[in-house]
Design a protein around this ligand. Structure first.
Ligand code: NAD
Ligand code: ZN
Length: 358
């Protein structure tokens, strides 16, 4: 499967298939320098795939291989400085292509290196997690600071995204379910039919673990995201919809130290609670609780914290404005809306959620 973005210019292909990395050979031909930034865990899990990727350069090219940790310690100023200086030491030119092979961490990091080194060189995303179907598309790249996640970065489009499905086979279930949350989020943004279809395809952990037909939903997820970001690349308007589940999600992710997607799924659940409270929707909360439990999401984490620290974290969300906390709420499935929510409603919804989960 292949998609082409439809921006006014600088479009890029997104190729989703088994063995997609074979496309590298052709894509890398124009470059003098080829820099691979590879997640160490991916190399450990799939050494032969990494070898295959590395062998796509020719003997006339300068190949540079840099390995990074597959966790947030990579998205720091220290590692950024180290890698930039390493590449400058190796005298790379502007005729460089950086290839990020890894999950969202590696893609965000390598993309930011590409966006800034020598005022920008080309880069190709080779996402290796389900979550990275989201992070590799749309051009947001960046690193963290001690003040919070993704606070330094750029909007910088890749030259291509090669989504090689072979990588997904070595993912542990926690990473599968973490990534699935964003696939499911894209279905909810799409509409009721999409929701029904995805819940039918993956009714429980066993079905999701098998990854059967996941590629179809990854493609749909990417298409949904693309439709939004092509209209609003710099998040002035509807790109905010992609933050569905993320206001509360980021807070509980940080507070309970759980994987991003697990937190987003809990954030989606909380959002239904707030919508029922504020918009008089009548979402069937038990349906979502049962579904998320069937998929083994750690909903019980909501019982391990008080509301205050979560409110403090939500109050620091970079999407807020002078009128306070903003959230994406579903007016109905497929109809998101960005809305201010006051602390009282937030607290009441949290208490309701805790009661459901007790
Ligand atoms: P990740 O890159 O940390 O990968 C998760 C774990 O899986 C890591 O331990 C990694 O080493 C391992 N892994 C990766 N591929 C594997 C494979 N094929 N087999 C076995 N193990 C593998 O995290 P992620 O969940 O992919 O992405 C999260 C990051 O993405 C966060 O930093 C988040 O801020 C960022 N993000 C960015 C955007 C964006 O638009 N740029 C969107 C969403 C998330
Ligand atoms: Zn997310």
């Amino acid at each position: 499967m292949e998609l082409m973005t439809t921006y006014k210019s600088n479009n890029y292909p997104i190729i989703i298939k088994n063995n997609a990395i074979t496309e590298l050979t052709e894509l890398l031909k124009p470059y003098r320098d080829v820099v691979f930034i590879v997640d160490k865990n991916v190399e450990f899990a799939l050494p032969e795939k990494i070898q295959q990727a590395l062998s796509s350069t020719s003997s006339e090219q300068f190949t540079h291989i840099l390995k990074v940790e597959g966790n947030e310690t990579t998205k720091t100023f220290a590692v950024y400085q180290h890698i930039i200086e390493e590449l400058l030491e190796q005298s790379i030119t502007r005729n460089t292509c950086i290839i990020a092979i890894g999950g969202g961490v590696t893609g965000d990091f390598a993309g930011f290196v590409a966006a800034t080194i020598l005022r920008g060189v080309d880069f190709i995303q080779v996402p290796t997690t389900i979550l990275a179907h989201d992070s590799s598309v749309g051009g947001k790249v960046g690193i963290n600071t001690p003040q919070g996640k993704n606070l330094v970065g750029a909007f910088y489009r890749p030259t291509a995204v090669l989504y090689d499905l072979d990588f997904l086979n070595t993912l542990p279930y926690t990473e599968i379910s973490s990534g699935y949350a964003e696939v499911y989020k894209h279905a909810l943004l799409n509409g009721e039919e999409a929701q029904l279809e995805i819940e039918t395809a993956f009714p429980d952990k066993k079905a999701l673990e098998s990854l059967v037909s996941l590629d179809k939903f990854l493609l749909k997820g990417i298409q949904t995201k693309l439709n939004i970001v092509i209209e609003d690349e710099h998040e002035q308007g509807k790109r905010k919809f992609l933050n569905l589940g993320h206001t509360f999600g980021h807070a509980i992710e940080y507070n309970q130290k759980i994987p991003h997607g697990h937190a987003v799924m809990i954030g989606i659940l909380y959002q239904f609670m707030v919508a029922n409270e504020l918009l008089n929707t009548q979402f069937d909360i038990m349906h979502y609780i049962n579904y998320f439990k069937n998929l083994d999401y750690p909903l019980e984490k909501v019982l391990d914290t008080n509301f205050e620290p979560l409110l403090a974290l939500m109050s620091k969300d970079k999407k807020n404005d002078k009128s306070g906390i903003q959230m994406v709420l579903l007016k109905e499935i497929g109809k998101p809306k960005v809305i201010h929510v006051n602390n009282e409603v937030l607290e009441k919804s949290f208490a309701t959620l805790q009661n459901y989960l007790k």
